[in-house]
Design a protein around this ligand. Structure first.
Ligand SMILES: [Zn+2]
Length: 248
């Protein structure tokens, strides 16, 4: 396990060596200013911080690729961007920057919640945040970005009966394909929760990849249905971070 400075990505320097060992997949959630009362504050990434990350990767010679490339041999420096849940703030704050800097991200959608909100987070005391509508997802796709499935209702797949988990995995793919008229081949486990049975259900449903929240990079040896990711989030302003910032 990496030390605490390496748990969350906020800038490239500490991650250079790790990124040399495999393909990084970055995880994002929400962008822009944080509304009042938010519990998981670190999951909101300010626009300027995303802009800085995209510039750093461009300057570092990284190339934006899509999920199946995570386990393919490569001579380049690939990087993969994923965004969980499909919040509307992605469209407003992240899409313009992705387009400007030449990045293609995969947005994992909760199929039964399009145009709704984060009810699964609110059940745990989080403030409401709107999710993209079908029309907004079409706008996202028209801008050259990608989508994947994040189930129908965002359950803990390992805590519900396997038959229900299978239904969440299969039906969400079908619903998204019907709504948007494209193939949906990438899956993301809600809360990063998975086990062998859930993993096998994802493969059986016809997906090509699945991402977890297990920390690390990916190689040709990695399981396509248990891809590792690194959460990109706002730096926490503890004393160490403030001192480092002051000395920059
Ligand atoms: Zn999620």
């Amino acid at each position: 396990m990496p030390d605490s400075r390496l748990r969350y990505y906020s800038r490239l320097a500490p991650f250079q060596r790790l990124f040399d060992r495999g393909v990084p997949i970055l995880t994002y959630h929400k962008f822009g200013p944080r509304p009042r009362g938010v519990r998981l504050r670190g999951l909101y990434l300010p626009r300027r911080l995303l802009a800085r990350q995209l510039r750093e990767w461009n300057d570092g010679g990284f190339e934006s690729v899509t999920l199946p490339e995570a386990v393919r041999p490569t001579n380049t420096r690939p990087i993969i961007l994923t965004i969980d849940d499909g919040f509307r703030s992605v469209l407003e704050h992240a899409l313009p920057l992705l387009v400007k800097h030449g990045y293609q991200a995969t947005l994992y959608l909760v199929a039964d919640r399009l145009g709704g909100d984060n009810d699964w987070e609110q059940a745990q005391g989080e403030v409401a945040a709107p999710l993209m509508t079908v029309a907004e997802v079409k706008e996202w796709l028209a801008a050259g970005q990608r989508i994947g499935s994040h189930t129908c209702t965002h359950p803990w797949l390992t805590r519900i009966p396997l038959a229900e988990a299978r239904e969440e995995i299969q039906a969400s793919r079908k619903k998204l394909e019907d709504a948007f008229g494209i193939e949906v081949k990438d899956f993301c486990y809600p809360y990063g929760e998975w086990n062998v049975m859930v993993r096998d259900a994802v493969e059986a449903a016809g997906y090509a990849t699945a991402t977890t929240t297990d920390f690390g990079v990916n190689t040709t040896e990695s399981d396509r249905f248990a891809l590792r990711r690194i959460t990109a989030r706002h730096t926490s302003w503890g004393w160490r971070a403030i001192r480092a910032w002051w000395r920059r």
